[in-house]
Write a protein that binds this ligand. Structure first.
Ligand SMILES: [Zn+2]
Length: 283
């Protein structure tokens, strides 16, 4: 039976991309080391197929072409026992899980590389730093207010809009749009990030995070956030309110950002708007 094997180059690249560590997060074993012959290397890992190389094999995908089956995308570097394990119990190790292992192992190796380049002693724990980026605003006219006086003209009630020296009173909807960026400026994963609004002010809209999530080292996520204020007043008053980069009604906003590190220890960053400034602290 034809097997769509990886090329030697693909096998080597898969191993090198994860520093020859097993990609199973529960294992992480070294798979490369010295041989008794000083000119040789011992390798106890292998480039395993995510979708099997031949018909009937574990996670075999009939839709895949021969080239896709032997491409680097279809491989994951594992130690020999983990490679055995994922094939003997394919149902417990589906394609999506193996792809997740691979992505995680590669991201972690990249973080290690970056840590070395930056010559910084890595902070053992993840640290999430939020940032509020203004992306736009709207001041929408939602119609004339009933507070404008009424007169009778030709037997019909007419609302006087801005008659005399008074400005018309309008229903305004004032919106401030932000991107709430959460940066992971550490070399550790921040897992299952949760955001809770615990202050005296709240966003009128804050995009939700998926329940299961992960912000890899040196990356960030952005969530849409909005403040909405409705007033019934003149455009002069509306303009004055809209003029603020951070709305006055945001004063007292307090977000509790919780996350876990790879050892399941919990961490918290607090973000607050205080005296028109955004500040954050790690607990
Ligand atoms: Zn392993």
């Amino acid at each position: 039976m034809a097997r769509d094997n990886f090329t030697t180059e693909t096998v080597n690249s898969l191993g090198k991309r994860v520093g020859f560590l097993c990609s199973n997060p529960g294992c992480g074993k070294h798979t490369s080391g010295p041989h008794s012959n000083p000119a040789k290397v011992t390798i106890i890992g292998e480039a395993a197929h995510i979708c099997a190389a031949s018909v009937g094999g574990p996670r075999y995908d009939v839709q895949m072409s021969r080239d896709e089956r032997r491409s680097i995308e279809n491989g994951i570097w594992l130690c020999s026992s983990c490679s055995d394990l994922i094939d003997k119990d394919a149902d417990s190790y589906p394609v999506a899980l193996l792809k997740q292992w691979k992505a995680k192992a590669e991201a972690s190796m990249l973080a290690n590389l970056m840590g070395i380049q930056a010559k910084t002693k890595s902070n053992k724990k993840p640290y999430l730093e939020p940032d509020l980026i203004w992306t736009g605003g709207q001041r929408l006219n939602r119609g004339y207010s009933h507070k404008n006086p009424i007169t009778i003209e030709n037997g019909v009630a007419v609302r006087v809009i801005g008659g005399g020296s008074s400005l018309p009173i309008i229903h305004w909807e004032i919106k401030w749009k932000f991107s709430l960026a959460i940066h992971n400026n550490s070399s550790h994963h921040a897992i299952n990030v949760g955001i809770e609004s615990i202050g005296n002010a709240h966003f009128s809209l804050l995009e939700k995070l998926p329940k299961i999530n992960n912000i890899p080292p040196f990356s960030s996520i952005e969530l849409k956030a909005e403040f909405l204020q409705r007033i019934e007043d003149t455009h002069k008053v509306a303009d004055k309110i809209f003029d603020h980069y951070i709305p006055e009604l945001a004063e007292g906003l307090k977000l509790k950002i919780d996350y876990l590190d790879e050892d399941r220890n919990s961490h918290t960053t607090i973000m607050e708007i205080f005296e028109n400034q955004m500040i954050h602290t790690k607990l």
